[in-house]
Design a binder for this molecule. Structure first.
Ligand code: ATP
Ligand code: MG
Length: 160
């Protein structure tokens, strides 16, 4: 069924606000009011809770975590919605980028110690994006921040 994206992200931000506030991280949502997507709301929630939680975990106090959504129409392609989850955090070393979507992979125990994660979050995100026939990519710069970009078809024709 159609998910109204700005309501969806508003609820997610409410869920994560307390954690963000503790670290004085500002959570920003830039989602136009008219956007809907056909998808499984629970699975979409899992995707974005994981990405936003990572953003909060791997960003120092006073930083910023942002989600943007917009439509994209390429020639001869179905309409997509692009989601960008970006942060001003610690970043990911180039050599680790190819492996972060593997199960249990964590960049190094020292930097991830405080978050107490298992290294499963991003492997789940990748799986759920694929179920939605979408694509997932990451760009990161050490000490500057990280952006995860997801493209999902607006209309889902198959089961997920
Ligand atoms: P969890 O299973 O609780 O999510 P996790 O956060 O360690 O544990 P992933 O979400 O799969 O696992 O992320 C894998 C690793 O990638 C993290 O341990 C962290 O080193 C790195 N990482 C993920 N997101 C970011 C980010 N936004 N900024 C910097 N590093 C990140
Ligand atoms: Mg995680």
């Amino acid at each position: 069924s159609p998910v109204h994206l700005s309501s969806f992200f508003e609820m997610l931000c409410e869920t994560l606000e307390k954690v963000a506030e503790k670290k004085q991280i500002s959570l920003e949502m830039m989602v136009p009011d008219e956007l809907f997507i056909e998808g499984d709301e629970d699975k979409l929630r899992q995707i974005f809770i994981n990405l936003l939680s990572n953003g909060i975990s791997y960003t120092q106090e006073g930083g910023r975590v942002r989600v943007q959504a917009y439509t994209l129409q390429r020639e001869n392609e179905e309409e997509k919605i692009v989601f960008a989850v970006s942060d001003t955090g610690i970043g990911i070393p180039k050599k680790d980028l190819p492996r972060i979507f593997e199960r249990f992979y964590r960049v190094d125990k020292g930097r991830s110690r405080n978050s107490g994660g298992t290294g499963l979050g991003l492997s789940i995100v990748k799986h759920l994006v694929e179920l939605h026939h979408g694509t997932l990519s990451v760009e990161s710069e050490l000490g500057i921040g990280t952006t995860f970009t997801i493209e999902l078809p607006v209309i889902q024709e198959q089961e997920y």
